[in-house]
Design a protein around this ligand. Sequence first.
Ligand code: GAP
Length: 459
Amino acid sequence: MEKSADTMEKIVSLCKRRGFVFQGSEIYGGLKGTWDLGPLGVSLNNNIKREWWKMFVDNREDMYGLDAAILMNAKVWEASGHVAGFFDPLVEDVKTGERFRADHLLKDAGVDADGMSLEEIDAEISKNNLKSPKGNDLSPSRQFNMMFESRIGATAGPEGKVYLRPETAQGIFVNFKNVVDTMSPKIPFGIAQIGKAFRNEIAPREFLFRVREFEQMEIEYFVKESDWEAEYEKLRLDIVKWHEHLGLAAENIREYEVPENDLAHYSKRTIDFEYNYPGKGFDELAGFAYRTDHDLKNHMDASGQSMEYIEPDGSRFLPHVLEPSFGVGRAITAVLCEAYTEDEMNGEVRSFLKLPAHLAPYRVAVSPLLKNKPELVDKARTVFGLLKAEFGNVAYDENGNIGKRYRRQDEIGTPYCIVIDFETLGQEKPELADTVTVRNRDTGEQERVAIADLLAYLK
Ligand code: GAP
């Protein structure tokens, strides 16, 4: 099916209606740039993180996990370059004071502002006679630091200043020595972390795409400088495999080589993995940067602690770093966009999520044909208990009639629905006793499967 901006609106509405994603602080009018995950959103989110951890950490011998504190000493962010260089260009509506990202306003006007200086941005704004969305003049652009500041304890003055981390990566760099000393990894090796990051985005927008609080799944992969290109290629292929595992079609993924003048302050090479979001087109899903020895070197200089790796023969060097970095919210968005499908079933338009079974919030739903027949309910509860013990994420659904249940489960992406009927009880055809109907979400086809074979069938 053709997907468009309209599709994105339908997905956002489905997410709210079915309990995937709610607006943050909704009952107080919301808080811009924040979203809360509902029961099904948590499942999808956890499934994505679990699969990522399995693929990048548990299934490999060269990866080590970490879970660092969100609050870090402010010196970390001075050394990393974020205090001095983590900016977006901001302009204000001179009448209302509303703030906008200058590069986004220019992009909407067809001008690519990537890598432009503030002077160049101002010149383009003036050349294109750009106004604020309310039609007012714009202030000259200025750099706006995206880190959230807070204060720790009761300390007044600059010593009490802390930042909420804008990337999980620095928690890994400052623990590099701890991991090396405790785990004795052989180079090349990676340290992986999943956790929250915070950015005071000037213009949060497009659902989960650009928010102020989000989760990242990051790896810092430590290599010898001479090996960085070969290792970069290997990891690039692993990222391709990851996106396949999310069920994203190859034609909807594009690798964008970030031009030199638009590289982050720490990067010598970056590929953005872009997804073809409906109605928006290709935009960043994940980033893959070669950070050189920028971070370890800066932390070594600033802290006075050696960050060198020592080989068994006693030789020492500062490793270089490759960094695959994934946003969980963007992965959720891409997965939902890919899975959202409309077709016609039994003469009616049906919308459903064609989620891969390993990502679906529920692997299977179990129903009694009628909820007012205790013998059907008892049997359905028994089958439900059997499957729940094995898979965990199993739904018991007896609301509405069977047709409504199928539509609901289709819409949330449950791959199979199992119905316990009178045949299961052996009342109509004894040969069908202890068999159930299993309905396939994608085809709507139904099969009779023996309860004894269900686990194998669903696996
Ligand atoms: N440590 C490197 C780093 O943070 P980044 O390109 O700024 O690099 C990595 O961010 C990923 O984090 C992005 O590809 C995206 O998936 C996600 N991300 C970044 N900013 C985001 C935001 N404001 N909202 C949602 N996801 C974001």
